[in-house]
Design a protein around this ligand. Structure first.
Ligand code: SAM
Length: 289
């Protein structure tokens, strides 16, 4: 089926069969293949510029903040005082932008597999790619799985801002990946991974959650609304080797004026505490500790 019809782009994918999200398009700004994937940037009528990889919407200028803030501030505030942060994926730069805001962070290492996504984001999505401008930031172009396998650095927080579990990101959803993450964490370290939606992908969320739980003593799954992701909702898996951690109680609470100064529009400690409250069917499927 064609993704373009009558000036609309439709996100048709077997990951969410029978349901589709469409955006009305003004123009195609970029459309080419890298070594790893098909990359497209669209100028849309209602959601600004949109980055699409292998036909799947990664972020839109209109609602990206909800995803980038939550995947970053949930683990950062759960930890409380992280100094060293690792980002796997995140080619658009939005997560690096958010992590760089956190007051105690001294070093951000980002491992992205596809240099072309970084280049295209710097050119067409400067508001997200400004994460690359931070002095604390170091970019490594490599497969995140391979990087973790071959390095000895330790981090307080590791964020996996990957694409969905197909193509180059497939391994980032497996038990072996969580084992590598565990080896790269400092004491009290926290991980956070993009973890799909309970509406179209409950099986996948459950599998991902179970893999994480087989490696980390503390695991939880929180949700955020992102209108342009399938079903308008996405989840995050949080894990830690710190037995005392309670993800529902952030160790760092920012005041309203601090949240304003950090330019946060979605994240707050109230959102943090409430995002782990799940509908009953999801609660039953995820045997949480
Ligand atoms: N927020 C987005 C979402 O959930 O749809 C993810 C955004 S970000 C653009 C995803 C990035 O993960 C892409 O730039 C992709 O190249 C990168 N990626 C995929 N597999 C990877 C791997 N094995 N190692 C490192 N980066 C990877």
């Amino acid at each position: 089926m064609n993704s373009f019809r009558n000036g609309w782009f439709s996100e048709i994918n077997d990951l969410w069969p029978g349901i589709v999200q469409s955006l009305e398009v003004d123009s195609i700004l970029y459309n080419d293949y890298s070594t790893f994937q098909h990359i497209m940037v669209l100028q849309t009528k209602s959601h600004g510029r949109v980055l699409i990889l292998d036909g799947i919407i990664q972020c839109t200028e209109k609602d990206e903040f909800s995803y980038q803030e939550m995947i970053s501030f949930l683990p950062l505030c759960s930890h409380g005082s992280p100094k060293r942060v690792l980002i796997i994926g995140g080619g658009d730069g939005g997560v690096a932008r958010e992590v760089a805001k956190y007051p105690t962070v001294e070093k951000i290492v980002q491992v992205e597999i596809d240099a072309k996504v970084v280049e295209v984001s710097k050119k067409f999505l400067p508001h997200m790619a400004k994460g690359y401008e931070s002095n604390q930031h170091e970019l490594i172009i490599e497969d995140g799985f391979k990087y973790l396998k071959n390095q000895n650095d330790k981090f307080d927080v590791i964020i996996t801002d990957s694409s969905d579990p197909v193509g180059p990101a497939k391994l980032l959803f497996e038990k072996e990946y969580f084992e590598l993450l565990k080896c790269s964490l400092r004491t009290n370290g926290v991980i956070c991974c993009q973890a799909g939606t309970i509406w179209t992908n409950m099986d996948q969320v459950e599998k991902h959650f179970t893999a994480c739980q087989s490696v980390f003593p503390k695991v939880n799954y929180g949700i955020s609304s992102v209108p342009t992701y399938p079903t308008g909702q996405i989840g995050f898996l949080l894990g830690s080797i710190d037995d005392c951690i309670d993800f529902k109680q952030p160790r760092k609470i920012f005041s309203e004026s601090e949240l304003d100064n950090l330019n946060l529009s979605y994240y707050s400690s109230k959102i943090h505490e409430s995002c782990f409250i799940l509908p009953r069917f999801a609660e039953k499927n995820l045997k949480r500790n």
